[in-house]
Every structure is written in C-alpha cells, then in structure tokens.
Design a protein around this ligand. Structure first.
Ligand code: THU
Length: 160
C-alpha cells in the first residue's frame, strides 16, 4: 500500500489592478460577458474570456434553460466557441468571473467539474498549459498556471 499526495499551487491577486495588463484586459472582457449572461433561473451570472495565441479573445456567458440541464456554463460556451472558430489556435489564458443578482460574490469562483474536464481536453490536445484566472464579482483573483492544477487525476485520452 502507498499513498499519493497531490499539491496544487494557486497564486492570489488581491484586485484586478494587481493583474498584469493583458490579464486585466482579459478579465474586463469576462466581466462584459458576465453582464450578457442569460441566467433568469439561478440569477448567477458567469462570464469567461479566452485569449488565443492568434490574439483573438473569445467570450462566453452562462445560458440557462427552462429545462434546467439543457443550459450551459459560461466556460464551456466560451471554450467550445474557441474550438469551433479557431481549431488550430493555442488557448493561452482563460479568465472567469461570477456574480449573483442576490448578493455580492467576493470569493473566487472556480470552474465547475464539468467545465474543468472540458477545458482539460483542450490542454491535452494542444500539449500546452492553459492559464486560469477566476474571481467572484470583484477580486481577489485566483491564478493557476495550468488547468491540470484544478483537476488532479483527470480523465484523458491516454486512458482510453
Ligand atoms: N455556472 C457556470 O456558468 N460556470 C460554472 O463553472 C458553474 C456554474 C452557471 C450554471 C448556471 O447557469 C449557474 O451558473 C448556476 O449554477
């Protein structure tokens, strides 16, 4: 018998202003996306902005549905859009922000498990780490150098 210990490193930025300029801009695009979310049921708006190596920024927001499971998270809307529009591009950074209409979310909101799995697919596919930045409605912001830090023991194609 042996034990395996996994350690993940997260960097914390206290405010958006503390981020480097490229990331500040990306997070402001995520905020814009968040404001366009369609979240009439949960009142929880999420925005994601993805920076590609071709300079393009692709955004997404959560899109809910009266048949609840038919809705989709912001991160997957954005990553599938990036994969559809620019299949050859390398995904460099993802910025995520979430805000509730009911209260101010100041805790960083990480992507849900399904979104981590979806983003991981692209990281494995492109063989290049994807940087993740996530926050609530305002800072602090959590930063990880790779999606893998958020999804230890990921399910990936090598297991098939
Ligand atoms: N949501 C996201 O957009 N991303 C996540 O990572 C977690 C949750 C959305 C789904 C739903 O529209 C609302 O937030 C409440 O769960």
């Amino acid at each position: 018998m042996k034990e395996i210990t996994i350690a993940s490193k997260i960097t914390v930025f206290e405010t958006i202003q503390e981020l480097p300029l490229v990331e500040q801009n990306l997070m402001s695009k995520a905020i814009e996306a968040r404001e366009k979310a369609y979240a009439p049921y949960s009142k929880f708006r999420v925005g994601a902005a993805i920076l590609l190596d071709n300079g393009e920024i692709v955004i997404g927001s959560n899109q809910e549905n009266a048949a609840y499971p038919s809705g989709l998270c912001a991160e997957r809307v954005a990553i599938f859009q990036a994969g559809s529009l620019y299949p050859e591009a390398i995904i460099q950074k993802v910025a995520i922000t979430a805000a509730s209409d009911n209260n101010k979310t100041t805790t960083p909101v990480p992507p849900c498990g399904a979104c981590r799995q979806s983003i991981a697919e692209y990281e494995v596919r492109q063989e290049t780490p994807i940087e993740i930045y996530y926050m609530g409605e305002t800072g602090p912001i959590h930063y990880s150098t790779s999606l893998k830090n958020l999804l230890p023991f990921m399910f990936e194609k090598n297991l098939l």
